[in-house]
Design a protein around this ligand. Structure first.
Ligand code: GAP
Length: 444
Protein backbone atom coordinates (compact mmCIF):
# COMPACT_ATOMS: atom_id res chain seq x y z
CA UNK A 1 0.00 0.00 0.00
CA UNK A 2 2.90 2.40 0.74
CA UNK A 3 4.07 2.15 -2.86
CA UNK A 4 0.58 2.96 -4.14
CA UNK A 5 0.26 5.94 -1.80
CA UNK A 6 3.65 7.22 -2.87
CA UNK A 7 2.89 6.82 -6.60
CA UNK A 8 -0.47 8.59 -6.15
CA UNK A 9 1.30 11.47 -4.44
CA UNK A 10 4.26 11.63 -6.83
CA UNK A 11 2.14 11.61 -9.97
CA UNK A 12 -0.61 13.89 -8.71
CA UNK A 13 -3.48 11.40 -8.30
CA UNK A 14 -4.19 11.99 -4.60
CA UNK A 15 -2.91 14.41 -1.95
CA UNK A 16 -3.54 14.48 1.79
CA UNK A 17 -6.25 17.12 2.24
CA UNK A 18 -5.52 20.49 3.92
CA UNK A 19 -1.86 19.53 3.76
CA UNK A 20 -0.49 23.04 4.35
CA UNK A 21 -2.42 23.07 7.64
CA UNK A 22 -1.10 19.69 8.71
CA UNK A 23 -3.88 17.67 7.09
CA UNK A 24 -7.16 16.35 8.42
CA UNK A 25 -7.02 12.66 9.35
CA UNK A 26 -7.83 10.30 6.49
CA UNK A 27 -9.18 13.02 4.20
CA UNK A 28 -7.82 13.36 0.69
CA UNK A 29 -7.90 15.72 -2.27
CA UNK A 30 -7.66 14.45 -5.82
CA UNK A 31 -5.25 15.87 -8.38
CA UNK A 32 -5.67 15.86 -12.16
CA UNK A 33 -5.13 12.13 -12.80
CA UNK A 34 -7.14 11.18 -9.72
CA UNK A 35 -10.07 13.22 -11.01
CA UNK A 36 -9.76 11.60 -14.45
CA UNK A 37 -9.68 8.12 -12.92
CA UNK A 38 -12.67 8.83 -10.68
CA UNK A 39 -14.62 10.27 -13.63
CA UNK A 40 -13.87 7.14 -15.63
CA UNK A 41 -14.95 4.80 -12.84
CA UNK A 42 -18.19 6.76 -12.38
CA UNK A 43 -18.96 6.87 -16.08
CA UNK A 44 -18.25 3.14 -16.60
CA UNK A 45 -20.58 2.38 -13.68
CA UNK A 46 -23.24 4.73 -15.06
CA UNK A 47 -22.93 3.23 -18.50
CA UNK A 48 -23.41 -0.33 -17.21
CA UNK A 49 -26.13 0.53 -14.69
CA UNK A 50 -28.19 3.13 -16.58
CA UNK A 51 -27.15 3.92 -20.13
CA UNK A 52 -27.07 0.34 -21.40
CA UNK A 53 -30.30 -0.70 -19.64
CA UNK A 54 -33.93 0.18 -20.10
CA UNK A 55 -35.00 -0.81 -16.59
CA UNK A 56 -32.89 1.65 -14.55
CA UNK A 57 -33.20 5.42 -14.31
CA UNK A 58 -30.98 7.99 -12.63
CA UNK A 59 -31.58 10.36 -9.75
CA UNK A 60 -29.51 12.99 -7.93
CA UNK A 61 -30.97 13.71 -4.50
CA UNK A 62 -29.85 16.29 -1.95
CA UNK A 63 -27.03 15.57 0.50
CA UNK A 64 -28.94 17.11 3.42
CA UNK A 65 -32.39 15.57 3.73
CA UNK A 66 -35.23 16.05 6.17
CA UNK A 67 -33.85 14.56 9.44
CA UNK A 68 -36.94 12.34 9.73
CA UNK A 69 -35.51 10.35 6.79
CA UNK A 70 -32.72 9.12 9.08
CA UNK A 71 -35.15 8.26 11.87
CA UNK A 72 -37.21 6.20 9.44
CA UNK A 73 -34.18 4.48 7.93
CA UNK A 74 -32.88 3.47 11.37
CA UNK A 75 -29.68 5.50 11.07
CA UNK A 76 -30.46 7.69 14.10
CA UNK A 77 -30.97 4.69 16.35
CA UNK A 78 -28.65 1.98 15.00
CA UNK A 79 -25.99 3.49 12.72
CA UNK A 80 -23.40 3.42 15.47
CA UNK A 81 -20.12 1.77 16.43
CA UNK A 82 -19.53 0.65 20.04
CA UNK A 83 -16.75 2.78 21.57
CA UNK A 84 -14.67 2.59 24.72
CA UNK A 85 -12.61 5.45 26.18
CA UNK A 86 -9.40 5.05 28.13
CA UNK A 87 -9.51 7.39 31.15
CA UNK A 88 -5.69 7.21 31.41
CA UNK A 89 -4.44 7.92 27.87
CA UNK A 90 -7.67 9.69 26.78
CA UNK A 91 -7.82 7.70 23.54
CA UNK A 92 -11.02 6.25 22.11
CA UNK A 93 -11.27 2.79 20.55
CA UNK A 94 -13.85 0.67 18.75
CA UNK A 95 -14.89 -1.94 21.30
CA UNK A 96 -15.14 -4.62 18.60
CA UNK A 97 -11.60 -3.90 17.32
CA UNK A 98 -9.54 -3.68 20.51
CA UNK A 99 -7.43 -6.57 19.25
CA UNK A 100 -6.12 -4.38 16.38
CA UNK A 101 -5.78 -1.07 18.27
CA UNK A 102 -2.72 0.39 20.01
CA UNK A 103 -2.83 1.75 23.55
CA UNK A 104 -1.54 5.32 24.11
CA UNK A 105 1.06 4.22 26.73
CA UNK A 106 4.63 3.23 25.90
CA UNK A 107 5.63 0.55 25.12
CA UNK A 108 2.43 0.38 23.11
CA UNK A 109 0.21 -2.63 23.74
CA UNK A 110 -3.43 -3.42 23.04
CA UNK A 111 -5.92 -1.24 24.98
CA UNK A 112 -6.61 -2.89 28.34
CA UNK A 113 -3.28 -4.78 28.40
CA UNK A 114 -1.17 -2.37 30.49
CA UNK A 115 -1.83 -2.08 34.24
CA UNK A 116 -2.56 1.66 33.76
CA UNK A 117 -5.32 1.13 31.20
CA UNK A 118 -8.69 2.24 32.56
CA UNK A 119 -11.34 1.52 29.93
CA UNK A 120 -14.97 2.65 30.15
CA UNK A 121 -17.92 0.44 29.26
CA UNK A 122 -18.72 0.36 25.53
CA UNK A 123 -21.12 3.09 24.38
CA UNK A 124 -22.72 3.52 20.95
CA UNK A 125 -21.29 6.36 18.86
CA UNK A 126 -23.41 7.51 15.92
CA UNK A 127 -21.44 7.81 12.69
CA UNK A 128 -23.54 10.56 11.11
CA UNK A 129 -22.12 14.07 10.88
CA UNK A 130 -24.50 16.59 12.40
CA UNK A 131 -25.09 20.02 10.97
CA UNK A 132 -27.57 22.88 11.33
CA UNK A 133 -30.02 24.08 8.72
CA UNK A 134 -30.84 27.80 8.93
CA UNK A 135 -29.75 30.43 11.42
CA UNK A 136 -31.12 28.86 14.61
CA UNK A 137 -28.82 26.55 16.54
CA UNK A 138 -31.21 24.33 18.41
CA UNK A 139 -32.55 20.77 18.26
CA UNK A 140 -35.18 21.73 15.68
CA UNK A 141 -32.52 22.77 13.16
CA UNK A 142 -30.33 19.67 13.52
CA UNK A 143 -29.78 17.82 10.26
CA UNK A 144 -27.28 15.25 9.01
CA UNK A 145 -24.93 14.86 6.09
CA UNK A 146 -26.14 11.72 4.35
CA UNK A 147 -24.23 8.56 5.34
CA UNK A 148 -25.49 6.75 2.21
CA UNK A 149 -27.11 7.79 -1.06
CA UNK A 150 -29.71 5.00 -0.87
CA UNK A 151 -32.27 6.86 1.25
CA UNK A 152 -32.46 9.70 -1.29
CA UNK A 153 -33.66 7.04 -3.72
CA UNK A 154 -36.29 5.47 -1.45
CA UNK A 155 -37.90 8.81 -0.60
CA UNK A 156 -38.27 9.51 -4.33
CA UNK A 157 -39.82 6.11 -5.11
CA UNK A 158 -43.27 7.60 -5.69
CA UNK A 159 -42.01 10.42 -7.94
CA UNK A 160 -40.04 8.04 -10.11
CA UNK A 161 -42.68 5.28 -10.19
CA UNK A 162 -45.24 7.84 -11.40
CA UNK A 163 -43.07 9.61 -13.94
CA UNK A 164 -40.48 7.15 -15.26
CA UNK A 165 -43.03 4.83 -16.92
CA UNK A 166 -41.32 1.73 -15.52
CA UNK A 167 -42.85 -1.14 -13.60
CA UNK A 168 -41.13 -3.59 -11.26
CA UNK A 169 -38.58 -4.91 -11.77
CA UNK A 170 -37.00 -1.48 -12.24
CA UNK A 171 -34.14 0.38 -10.61
CA UNK A 172 -33.09 3.86 -9.56
CA UNK A 173 -29.38 4.67 -9.57
CA UNK A 174 -27.47 7.44 -7.84
CA UNK A 175 -23.86 8.49 -7.44
CA UNK A 176 -22.71 11.10 -4.96
CA UNK A 177 -20.83 11.97 -1.80
CA UNK A 178 -21.64 10.24 1.48
CA UNK A 179 -20.21 11.13 4.87
CA UNK A 180 -19.46 8.97 7.89
CA UNK A 181 -17.62 9.94 11.03
CA UNK A 182 -15.60 6.72 10.93
CA UNK A 183 -13.81 5.94 14.20
CA UNK A 184 -11.01 4.00 12.59
CA UNK A 185 -10.56 5.43 9.09
CA UNK A 186 -7.40 4.52 7.26
CA UNK A 187 -5.60 2.34 4.77
CA UNK A 188 -5.40 5.25 2.36
CA UNK A 189 -8.75 5.70 0.54
CA UNK A 190 -10.16 2.37 1.73
CA UNK A 191 -11.99 3.80 4.73
CA UNK A 192 -12.46 7.56 4.63
CA UNK A 193 -14.96 9.94 6.17
CA UNK A 194 -16.05 11.50 2.90
CA UNK A 195 -16.47 9.21 -0.09
CA UNK A 196 -18.45 8.87 -3.28
CA UNK A 197 -20.99 6.10 -3.38
CA UNK A 198 -22.55 4.50 -6.44
CA UNK A 199 -25.76 2.79 -5.40
CA UNK A 200 -28.68 1.29 -7.26
CA UNK A 201 -31.97 0.25 -5.68
CA UNK A 202 -33.76 -2.39 -7.75
CA UNK A 203 -37.49 -2.70 -6.94
CA UNK A 204 -38.94 -6.15 -7.58
CA UNK A 205 -42.09 -8.18 -6.82
CA UNK A 206 -41.38 -9.86 -3.42
CA UNK A 207 -41.38 -13.43 -4.73
CA UNK A 208 -38.73 -12.52 -7.34
CA UNK A 209 -36.30 -11.02 -4.81
CA UNK A 210 -34.04 -14.10 -4.31
CA UNK A 211 -33.57 -14.48 -8.07
CA UNK A 212 -32.71 -10.81 -8.59
CA UNK A 213 -30.33 -10.88 -5.63
CA UNK A 214 -28.34 -13.71 -7.25
CA UNK A 215 -28.50 -11.87 -10.58
CA UNK A 216 -27.02 -8.64 -9.17
CA UNK A 217 -24.21 -10.42 -7.33
CA UNK A 218 -23.18 -11.98 -10.66
CA UNK A 219 -23.63 -8.77 -12.66
CA UNK A 220 -21.52 -6.72 -10.31
CA UNK A 221 -18.80 -9.35 -10.07
CA UNK A 222 -18.65 -9.39 -13.87
CA UNK A 223 -18.43 -5.61 -13.98
CA UNK A 224 -15.40 -5.64 -11.70
CA UNK A 225 -13.76 -8.26 -13.91
CA UNK A 226 -14.62 -6.13 -16.94
CA UNK A 227 -12.73 -3.10 -15.64
CA UNK A 228 -9.65 -5.29 -15.40
CA UNK A 229 -9.54 -6.58 -11.81
CA UNK A 230 -7.98 -10.03 -11.75
CA UNK A 231 -10.17 -13.00 -10.90
CA UNK A 232 -7.66 -14.26 -8.35
CA UNK A 233 -8.20 -11.04 -6.37
CA UNK A 234 -12.00 -11.15 -6.37
CA UNK A 235 -14.37 -13.36 -4.41
CA UNK A 236 -17.94 -13.33 -3.11
CA UNK A 237 -18.58 -13.81 0.60
CA UNK A 238 -22.10 -14.27 1.91
CA UNK A 239 -22.86 -12.71 5.32
CA UNK A 240 -24.23 -14.90 8.06
CA UNK A 241 -27.29 -13.71 9.97
CA UNK A 242 -25.27 -12.11 12.80
CA UNK A 243 -23.29 -9.94 10.39
CA UNK A 244 -26.21 -8.65 8.30
CA UNK A 245 -27.55 -5.09 8.70
CA UNK A 246 -30.90 -4.64 10.45
CA UNK A 247 -32.71 -4.22 7.12
CA UNK A 248 -31.19 -7.12 5.22
CA UNK A 249 -32.41 -10.68 4.69
CA UNK A 250 -29.38 -11.60 2.53
CA UNK A 251 -26.10 -9.80 1.85
CA UNK A 252 -23.01 -10.72 -0.09
CA UNK A 253 -19.78 -8.80 -0.16
CA UNK A 254 -17.80 -8.78 -3.35
CA UNK A 255 -14.38 -8.79 -1.75
CA UNK A 256 -11.06 -7.72 -3.17
CA UNK A 257 -7.68 -8.93 -1.99
CA UNK A 258 -6.27 -5.57 -0.83
CA UNK A 259 -2.76 -5.40 0.68
CA UNK A 260 -4.58 -5.40 4.05
CA UNK A 261 -6.26 -8.72 3.19
CA UNK A 262 -9.65 -9.69 1.74
CA UNK A 263 -12.02 -6.78 2.32
CA UNK A 264 -15.38 -5.54 1.10
CA UNK A 265 -15.21 -3.88 -2.27
CA UNK A 266 -18.96 -3.81 -2.94
CA UNK A 267 -22.01 -5.00 -1.03
CA UNK A 268 -25.12 -6.53 -2.58
CA UNK A 269 -28.10 -6.75 -0.23
CA UNK A 270 -31.67 -7.96 -0.31
CA UNK A 271 -33.26 -5.16 1.74
CA UNK A 272 -36.75 -6.65 1.50
CA UNK A 273 -39.56 -4.11 1.94
CA UNK A 274 -37.89 -2.51 4.98
CA UNK A 275 -37.13 0.92 3.55
CA UNK A 276 -40.35 1.59 1.65
CA UNK A 277 -42.40 0.35 4.64
CA UNK A 278 -40.48 2.53 7.09
CA UNK A 279 -40.79 5.65 4.93
CA UNK A 280 -44.50 4.97 4.39
CA UNK A 281 -45.01 4.82 8.15
CA UNK A 282 -42.89 7.84 9.03
CA UNK A 283 -44.02 10.11 6.18
CA UNK A 284 -47.65 9.05 5.91
CA UNK A 285 -47.17 8.68 2.12
CA UNK A 286 -47.88 5.17 0.84
CA UNK A 287 -44.90 3.84 -1.05
CA UNK A 288 -46.23 0.83 -2.90
CA UNK A 289 -46.81 -0.50 -6.38
CA UNK A 290 -50.36 -0.78 -7.78
CA UNK A 291 -50.84 -3.20 -10.67
CA UNK A 292 -53.32 -2.40 -13.45
CA UNK A 293 -55.78 -4.90 -11.93
CA UNK A 294 -55.60 -2.98 -8.62
CA UNK A 295 -53.34 -5.46 -6.79
CA UNK A 296 -51.05 -3.61 -4.38
CA UNK A 297 -47.73 -4.63 -2.93
CA UNK A 298 -44.61 -3.08 -1.42
CA UNK A 299 -41.72 -3.98 -3.74
CA UNK A 300 -38.63 -5.67 -2.31
CA UNK A 301 -35.32 -3.99 -2.95
CA UNK A 302 -32.03 -5.46 -4.16
CA UNK A 303 -29.16 -3.05 -3.67
CA UNK A 304 -25.64 -3.15 -5.13
CA UNK A 305 -23.60 -0.45 -3.33
CA UNK A 306 -19.97 0.49 -3.82
CA UNK A 307 -17.70 3.52 -3.45
CA UNK A 308 -15.41 4.98 -6.09
CA UNK A 309 -12.66 5.01 -3.45
CA UNK A 310 -12.73 1.23 -2.90
CA UNK A 311 -12.60 0.66 -6.67
CA UNK A 312 -9.82 3.26 -7.04
CA UNK A 313 -7.60 1.44 -4.52
CA UNK A 314 -8.40 -1.99 -6.00
CA UNK A 315 -7.49 -0.77 -9.50
CA UNK A 316 -4.24 0.74 -8.31
CA UNK A 317 -3.26 -2.40 -6.40
CA UNK A 318 -4.18 -4.66 -9.30
CA UNK A 319 -2.35 -2.54 -11.87
CA UNK A 320 0.84 -1.60 -10.00
CA UNK A 321 3.89 -3.36 -11.39
CA UNK A 322 7.65 -3.03 -11.28
CA UNK A 323 10.14 -4.56 -13.69
CA UNK A 324 13.68 -4.13 -14.93
CA UNK A 325 13.98 -3.20 -18.61
CA UNK A 326 17.41 -2.78 -20.19
CA UNK A 327 18.93 -2.71 -16.70
CA UNK A 328 16.64 0.11 -15.58
CA UNK A 329 13.77 -0.08 -13.11
CA UNK A 330 10.37 0.60 -14.57
CA UNK A 331 7.21 1.26 -12.55
CA UNK A 332 4.07 0.80 -14.59
CA UNK A 333 0.36 0.95 -13.92
CA UNK A 334 -1.13 -1.81 -16.03
CA UNK A 335 -4.63 -0.38 -16.04
CA UNK A 336 -7.30 -1.54 -18.45
CA UNK A 337 -7.06 0.94 -21.38
CA UNK A 338 -10.75 1.81 -20.91
CA UNK A 339 -10.00 2.78 -17.29
CA UNK A 340 -6.65 4.56 -17.74
CA UNK A 341 -6.91 8.28 -16.90
CA UNK A 342 -5.05 9.24 -20.09
CA UNK A 343 -5.66 7.11 -23.17
CA UNK A 344 -2.64 8.16 -25.23
CA UNK A 345 0.39 10.42 -25.10
CA UNK A 346 1.58 12.40 -28.11
CA UNK A 347 5.30 13.02 -27.98
CA UNK A 348 7.56 14.90 -30.41
CA UNK A 349 10.89 13.06 -30.25
CA UNK A 350 12.92 16.29 -30.41
CA UNK A 351 11.02 19.02 -28.54
CA UNK A 352 13.05 21.82 -30.15
CA UNK A 353 12.26 20.65 -33.67
CA UNK A 354 9.52 23.02 -34.89
CA UNK A 355 8.27 20.66 -37.64
CA UNK A 356 7.95 17.71 -35.21
CA UNK A 357 6.17 19.87 -32.66
CA UNK A 358 3.76 21.12 -35.30
CA UNK A 359 2.91 17.56 -36.41
CA UNK A 360 2.54 16.39 -32.82
CA UNK A 361 0.29 19.34 -31.88
CA UNK A 362 -1.84 18.62 -34.95
CA UNK A 363 -2.33 14.99 -33.90
CA UNK A 364 -3.04 16.06 -30.32
CA UNK A 365 -5.72 18.52 -31.49
CA UNK A 366 -7.28 15.80 -33.65
CA UNK A 367 -7.49 13.25 -30.81
CA UNK A 368 -8.36 15.45 -27.82
CA UNK A 369 -11.92 16.14 -29.02
CA UNK A 370 -12.75 12.48 -28.53
CA UNK A 371 -10.37 11.15 -25.86
CA UNK A 372 -8.36 12.32 -22.88
CA UNK A 373 -4.89 12.48 -24.43
CA UNK A 374 -1.77 14.29 -23.32
CA UNK A 375 0.81 16.25 -25.28
CA UNK A 376 4.24 16.21 -23.67
CA UNK A 377 7.43 17.78 -24.94
CA UNK A 378 9.22 18.16 -21.60
CA UNK A 379 12.55 16.33 -21.23
CA UNK A 380 14.19 13.23 -22.68
CA UNK A 381 11.94 10.76 -24.47
CA UNK A 382 12.84 7.96 -22.02
CA UNK A 383 11.71 10.05 -19.06
CA UNK A 384 8.50 11.01 -20.83
CA UNK A 385 7.72 7.34 -21.51
CA UNK A 386 8.37 6.48 -17.86
CA UNK A 387 6.08 9.26 -16.71
CA UNK A 388 3.27 7.92 -18.91
CA UNK A 389 3.96 4.37 -17.69
CA UNK A 390 3.50 5.51 -14.11
CA UNK A 391 0.12 7.11 -14.80
CA UNK A 392 -0.97 4.06 -16.80
CA UNK A 393 -1.22 5.58 -20.30
CA UNK A 394 -1.65 2.53 -22.57
CA UNK A 395 -0.34 4.03 -25.82
CA UNK A 396 2.24 6.63 -26.82
CA UNK A 397 2.50 8.09 -30.34
CA UNK A 398 5.93 9.47 -31.13
CA UNK A 399 6.61 11.92 -33.92
CA UNK A 400 10.19 11.63 -35.22
CA UNK A 401 12.45 12.29 -38.23
CA UNK A 402 10.70 9.63 -40.26
CA UNK A 403 7.31 11.27 -39.64
CA UNK A 404 8.57 14.34 -41.45
CA UNK A 405 9.51 12.17 -44.43
CA UNK A 406 6.62 9.72 -44.74
CA UNK A 407 3.88 10.86 -42.32
CA UNK A 408 4.09 7.76 -40.15
CA UNK A 409 4.36 7.72 -36.33
CA UNK A 410 5.57 5.16 -33.82
CA UNK A 411 3.04 3.68 -31.44
CA UNK A 412 4.47 2.23 -28.23
CA UNK A 413 2.49 -0.27 -26.17
CA UNK A 414 2.76 0.34 -22.41
CA UNK A 415 2.62 -3.33 -21.43
CA UNK A 416 4.66 -5.17 -24.07
CA UNK A 417 6.84 -2.16 -25.00
CA UNK A 418 6.36 -3.29 -28.62
CA UNK A 419 6.58 -0.51 -31.19
CA UNK A 420 5.02 -0.32 -34.64
CA UNK A 421 4.62 2.36 -37.28
CA UNK A 422 1.30 3.76 -38.41
CA UNK A 423 0.26 6.39 -40.94
CA UNK A 424 -0.49 9.55 -38.95
CA UNK A 425 -3.88 9.81 -40.69
CA UNK A 426 -4.86 6.39 -39.34
CA UNK A 427 -3.99 7.05 -35.69
CA UNK A 428 -7.46 8.12 -34.65
CA UNK A 429 -9.12 4.97 -36.05
CA UNK A 430 -6.32 2.79 -34.65
CA UNK A 431 -6.81 4.25 -31.18
CA UNK A 432 -10.60 3.78 -31.31
CA UNK A 433 -10.09 0.14 -32.21
CA UNK A 434 -7.37 -0.45 -29.62
CA UNK A 435 -9.52 1.03 -26.84
CA UNK A 436 -12.51 -1.12 -27.81
CA UNK A 437 -10.53 -4.40 -27.89
CA UNK A 438 -10.91 -6.93 -25.05
CA UNK A 439 -7.99 -6.58 -22.67
CA UNK A 440 -6.30 -8.95 -20.26
CA UNK A 441 -3.69 -7.87 -17.81
CA UNK A 442 -0.22 -9.24 -18.54
CA UNK A 443 0.31 -9.54 -14.76
CA UNK A 444 0.30 -13.12 -13.56
N1 GAP B 1 -26.67 1.68 1.23
C1 GAP B 1 -25.94 0.60 1.80
C2 GAP B 1 -24.62 0.98 2.28
O1 GAP B 1 -24.28 2.15 2.32
P1 GAP B 1 -22.37 -0.02 3.19
O2 GAP B 1 -21.87 -1.43 3.18
O3 GAP B 1 -22.31 0.72 4.47
O4 GAP B 1 -23.87 -0.09 2.64
C3 GAP B 1 -21.67 0.46 0.73
O5 GAP B 1 -21.59 0.82 2.10
C4 GAP B 1 -20.31 0.60 0.07
O6 GAP B 1 -19.80 1.92 0.30
C5 GAP B 1 -19.24 -0.35 0.62
O7 GAP B 1 -19.31 -1.62 -0.01
C6 GAP B 1 -17.97 0.38 0.24
O8 GAP B 1 -17.67 0.16 -1.15
C7 GAP B 1 -18.37 1.84 0.40
N2 GAP B 1 -17.97 2.41 1.70
C8 GAP B 1 -18.61 2.31 2.88
N3 GAP B 1 -17.96 3.00 3.85
C9 GAP B 1 -16.88 3.54 3.26
C10 GAP B 1 -15.81 4.38 3.72
N4 GAP B 1 -15.76 4.82 4.98
N5 GAP B 1 -14.85 4.74 2.85
C11 GAP B 1 -14.90 4.34 1.55
N6 GAP B 1 -15.89 3.58 1.07
C12 GAP B 1 -16.87 3.18 1.89
Amino acid sequence: MDKIVSLCRRRGFVFPSSEIYGGLGSTYDYGHYGVLLKNTIRSLWFRAMVQEREDIVAIDSAVILNPRVWEASGHVSVFADPLVDCRTCKLRFRADQLGHASCGRKPSKRPGETPDCDLTEARPFNLMFKTQVGALEDESSTAFLRPETAQGIFINFKNVAQLARRKPPFGIAQTGKSFRNEITPGNFLFRVREFEQMEMEYFVPPDEAPRWYEYWVEQRLDWHRGIGLRDANLRVREHDAAERSHYSSATSDIEYRYPIGWQELEGVANRGDYDLTQHSQFSGTKLEWIEQDGTRYVPYVIEPAVSIERIFVALMVDAYDEEVVAERDRTVLRLHPAVAPVKAAILPLVPRDGAMVEKARGLFEELRGKHVVEYDDGGQIGRRYRRQDEIGTPFAFTIDEQTLEDDTVTVRDRDSLAQERLPIGGVRAWLEEALAKPWRTPKA
